[in-house]
Design a protein around this ligand. Structure first.
Ligand SMILES: *Cc1c(COP(=O)(O)O)cnc(C)c1O
Length: 356
């Protein structure tokens, strides 16, 4: 296993410390990750879904959001983005993406915005930053909070140098094991430059307490695990290198895949993309997937069922979102993990180029 020795050493010091909840490791990881993202504050939490929920709950406590407010979300995201909104008593408004970037399209937001709309929850889907300037200008003009779901974009960097996690009022990260920065279990974090929000979320994640037995607000138990924080500190040292490896894989695909039946992802600048997924489109997606599997190449679909077609969201089943539905029908994620070998890459590219 990668980093085995470092993980074992870190586990040994964890045992020796005897400090298992909100100890030094969480504190140090929060400092490390705040510096990495270029923000003032980082709060370690239990997972990515809780990270988004805590941001929304904190804004409710601070009077910036209230029950029933509408939150703009991309329709083609992972369901957790939207669960966070409905689980906190807010109403998700689903918006169609730009089919080239797979990210939310501000022109589409204009069509669904109402006086109840209070925030945009943007997602850097598959690791590509949403259109940062456009969303910033849009949210300012309409007096909306801008929140990032950065669960797929650790380390993605805007051309002005700012990183994911520092492109909005508050950002949510997941450290689920398969993310670009992954723990060995569940984990998440919130980053922000807002001192008041930081203070509120810190209380919310730990029963709302301000001292051992004094509770200020009705909170939760959403703490980042001490051991996961220790592992994350090790993994964080390798994040930039891993992201570069993912970019190298992507560049190999861009250079060598040559098939009329496939549309490669669009990416103007490589820095803004950390290739959490390398997502191609094909009208014959299902046949192509089967063909690749026969050649021993495993691919995935992110995501096969649109949220507005899920049973969990019956109230949205009547929506028609043709771009999102087309994406769900056509996307296929090729392997893009940092440890792919050149041999494996050539095999994948050959198989795709020989598909007809
Ligand atoms: C993974 C993910 C989440 C949820 O994170 P968990 O840690 O699994 O709760 C939220 N949003 C997006 C876009 C994700 O990819």
């Amino acid at each position: 296993m990668r980093f085995q020795k470092e993980f074992m050493d870190s586990f040994q010091s964890f045992l020796d410390s005897g400090n298992y909840i909100l100890g030094d490791q969480v504190k140090k990881f929060e400092q490390d990750y705040a510096i990495y993202c270029g923000v003032k504050y980082c709060i370690g939490v239990s997972n990515g879904l809780d990270a988004i929920k805590l941001i929304l709950e904190a804004y409710k406590l601070l009077g910036k959001l209230k029950e029933g407010d509408e939150i703009i979300v991309p329709a083609n995201t992972y369901i957790a983005t939207i669960l966070a909104v409905s689980n906190t008593g807010l109403v998700p408004t689903l918006v169609e993406p730009n089919i080239e970037t797979f990210n939310i399209n501000p022109i589409e937001i204009l069509k669904v915005i109402t006086p109840k709309t209070k925030a945009v929850l943007g997602v850097h889907l598959y690791g590509l930053l949403y259109d940062v300037e456009e969303l910033e200008v849009f949210c300012k003009a309409h007096n909306l909070l801008l929140i990032e779901d950065a669960a797929q974009a650790h380390g993605a960097t805007h051309k002005d140098g700012r990183k994911a996690g520092n492109l909005s009022n508050a950002s949510a990260f997941s450290f689920y094991p398969t993310k670009n920065l992954g723990a060995l279990g569940d984990g998440g974090a919130i980053t922000t430059n807002d001192a008041e929000l930081d203070k509120t979320i810190r209380r919310l994640r730990n029963y709302g307490r301000i001292s051992a037995y004094e509770n200020d607000i009705k909170g939760y138990n959403c703490r980042l695990d001490e051991l996961q924080a220790a592992f994350l500190r090790i993994k964080l040292n390798h994040l930039d290198l891993d992201n570069d490896r993912r970019r190298n894989v992507a560049q190999f695909y861009f250079k060598n895949i040559d098939s009329k039946k496939i549309k490669l992802p669009n990416c103007n600048t490589l820095k803004e993309h950390v290739f959490h997924q390398f997502v191609i489109r094909s009208k014959e997606r299902d046949i192509l997937k089967e063909y690749l599997l026969e050649k021993g190449i495993e691919t995935l679909i992110h995501y096969p069922i649109p949220i507005h077609k899920q049973n969990a969201y019956k109230e949205l089943n009547c929506l028609s979102l043709p771009i999102t539905e087309k994406i769900n029908d056509e996307v296929l994620s090729l392997p893009v993990y940092p440890t792919l070998t050149m041999e494996e890459l050539k095999k994948i590219v050959n198989a795709i180029n020989n598909y007809c």
